[in-house]
Design a protein around this ligand. Structure first.
Ligand SMILES: NC(=O)c1ccc[n+]([C@@H]2O[C@H](COP(=O)([O-])OP(=O)(O)OC[C@H]3O[C@@H](n4cnc5c(N)ncnc54)[C@H](OP(=O)(O)O)[C@@H]3O)[C@@H](O)[C@H]2O)c1
Length: 245
């Protein structure tokens, strides 16, 4: 039986590309959407050849929200699953002094991904089926001095996904919120991450595919992150503001 297409938004992302391979290995046609999509031609050809599924490239800029409707219309078919791997860590110190830079971080992690998922949500609801997967972050669970611009945008995105899930539950559309914890990707290159808390993109991809099947609501890729964040969320503010974590 032919499987339904999977759209990967922000397909150059290490996690996004791993998800593309995972869904292709399960037999799904793949739509790769990214800025400068043509540069992903070797990846598209590799997916198509290795997994024997159709794979297509689509130009997509999360920040060009006025193009999103046309982007969805231009897809070869409305996907059954859409994964947003769009994100930008940015530089916290720069964001503290440069409001334009801070705005790009906020829009890349919240407004852009929310805009495209909102459009897809309406199309999925009209059809009466589909799964939206938003990759957010545990950084959104509590603002910290070292990354609160990124974290606050992810907090907004997490709340958006939660509301979308709540709204669409009765319409056959499911929403998965992914909170990956640390992942070894281009975004975290050069950071000294603890091995036990750090997932590989392939591990995240397997967890995402499983979460779409099981209709998981919120996915902590490594469950220990649920515990870590429960502790961090519950530290009293008077104490938290003196801590450097
Ligand atoms: N790595 C981690 O530890 C970690 C932890 C928690 C959450 N996450 C989240 O996981 C997701 C994937 O990140 P990653 O680790 O795989 O890092 P990544 O390789 O840097 O992926 C981020 C992707 O977002 C794309 N993007 C940014 N702005 C965009 C825009 N305006 N339009 C289209 N695409 C845009 C980038 O595209 P370009 O290639 O064109 O720049 C890039 O491919 C992100 O949402 C990230 O916030 C990562």
């Amino acid at each position: 039986m032919t499987k339904s297409p999977v759209l990967i938004l922000g397909a150059r992302s290490d996690i996004g590309m791993a998800a593309a391979h995972r869904f292709a290995a399960l037999g799904h046609p793949i739509q790769l959407a990214a800025r400068h999509a043509e540069t992903l031609e070797p990846d598209r050809a590799d997916i198509a050849l290795r997994h024997n599924v159709p794979a297509t490239l689509h130009e997509f800029d999360a920040l060009a929200t006025d193009t999103h409707d046309g982007f969805v219309d231009g897809l070869p078919a409305l996907p059954e699953i859409a994964v947003s791997a769009i994100g930008l860590m940015g530089d916290q110190e720069t964001s503290e002094h440069d409001t334009a830079a801070a705005s790009v971080v906020m829009r890349s992690n919240y407004e852009g991904p929310a805009s495209i998922l909102a459009l897809l949500a309406n199309r999925f609801a009209e059809r009466g089926s589909g799964t939206l997967v938003g990759i957010s972050s545990v950084a959104g669970e509590r603002g910290r001095a070292t990354n609160y611009v990124y974290g606050s945008a992810k907090a907004g995105f997490t709340a958006f996904l939660s509301g979308l899930r709540n709204r669409l539950a009765a319409q056959g559309v499911h929403v998965v919120t992914v909170l990956p914890g640390f992942v070894a990707t281009r975004m975290t290159e050069g950071m000294d991450l603890p091995a036990k808390l750090t997932a590989q993109p392939e591990e995240v991809a397997i967890a995402i595919a499983r979460a779409t099947e099981r209709k998981t609501n919120t996915l902590y890729v490594r469950p220990v992150w649920w515990l870590i964040m429960a502790i961090i969320r519950n530290i009293p503010e008077a104490l938290f503001k003196k801590m450097k974590i």
